[in-house]
Design a protein around this ligand. Sequence first.
Ligand code: SAM
Length: 226
Amino acid sequence: MVKPPTGGLEGGRGKPARLKTAKERTPSQQAWLERQINDPFAAKARALGYRSRAAFKITEIDDRFHLFRKGVRVVDLGLAPGGWTQVAIQRGVTDLVGVDLLPVDPLPPAQILQMDFTDPACGPELMARLGGPADVVLSDMAPNTVGHRETDHLRIIGLIEAAADFAIEVLRPGGTFVAKAFQGGGADGLIAHLKQHFKEVRNIKPKASRQDSSELFLVATGFKGR
Ligand code: SAM
């Protein structure tokens, strides 16, 4: 059960915590864990019952663009563990389908598929379940990196472009596409592509998005139709 969000995030949490028992962890795992423990958004997500700190990114986007309400149909691509879907449901959405490679604990009334979005069967399956054109397509997908710079770059671009093509295929006129992209990861080309199909395309860096991360969110509104 998600408790309603309250006020802003507390600042000034004192000295950052350091973990003492790090024997079993790699340095990067240790750094990730310490960052989580000292991250006010992660702490607030836990306190409010959100499954991920990503919930605050979509909250900020929805506060600005008013995407979620009863009666709108939403597709959430890469939804695990479910923070964005929780926010959509909390804000009145009942017609929602989502997909992830990973298993996701149920989030009724959302219908959740465990599948690879790039599987050609995935799009039709999502739309059959949604029961009509989408008002909003969300994508927070990010492929696992393999450590080879050019390969990772191409995989990121490929996945975001697939999400954009899907949105163009399934949105109703006037609909909205929200996608995580990465600076230097083909975002400029994607913005140009989206501008052909949407009245406005904005580039947002929510407060909950880590400043040291190159992620940004594209919000394309006013789908022009096919
Ligand atoms: N928005 C989510 C939330 O609020 O909890 C967080 C999403 S997480 C940053 C990105 C997700 O994208 C991961 O769970 C990953 O498994 C998923 N993903 C990456 N590639 C995918 C693919 N090809 N098909 C489906 N999901 C994918």
